[in-house]
Ligand binder design. Structure first.
Ligand code: OFO
Length: 171
């Protein structure tokens, strides 16, 4: 059975992943209302991924013989200055998530919880990709400045993103 300290950290991560989903839904709504339908779609798919991340951790806690704890999901920001501002905040948020995932990995190691350590390594890898994706979009937006026609071509590319369940073959 999983130790309480590890289970608590994992439950907090479930909450953090659902908060991430909420944050990206809020950003998606902002982009949609600002006319950037492709950015809105990219962020909506990102929110779907975050739900999958949270649910997968929830299932791991149950599989380890204990019940997850629940807490209120914080209200995300609802106003943003621009699409660039959105992606600045996406990158910052993902950097914070990386810290909390690293914290769980260190905790699992300290507590000799090899199962949780093994489990969380997927998230360690995923955070490398999450930060790289956000950084790539942000770098492009910075290069484009406020040129609307360039931003709209990026918008079309981002709109091609489709959700695929990252755990579909491993569950
Ligand atoms: Fe769950 O990866 Fe982003 O936050």
């Amino acid at each position: 059975m999983i130790k309480e300290v590890v289970s608590k950290a994992l439950s907090e991560q479930v909450n953090a992943e659902y908060y991430s989903a909420y944050l990206y839904l809020s950003m998606s709504a902002y982009a949609d209302r600002a006319g950037f339908k492709g950015v809105a779609k990219w962020l909506f798919v990102q929110a779907q991924e975050e739900m999958a991340h949270g649910t997968h951790i929830y299932q791991h806690i149950l599989e380890r013989g204990t019940a997850p704890s629940f807490a209120a999901i914080p209200v995300p920001p609802v106003t943003f200055e621009s699409i660039q501002d959105v992606f600045e905040k996406v990158l910052k948020h993902e950097q914070q998530v990386t810290e909390s995932i690293d914290h769980i990995a260190s905790l699992a190691m300290r507590e000799s919880d090899h199962a949780t350590y093994q489990f969380i390594l997927w998230y360690v890898d995923e955070q490398v990709e999450e930060e790289a994706n956000a950084d790539e979009v942000l770098s492009k937006i910075r290069l484009m400045g406020n040129n609307p026609s360039l931003l709209y071509s990026l918008d079309a590319k981002l709109g091609a993103r489709e959700f695929s369940d990252p755990f579909a073959t491993t569950d």
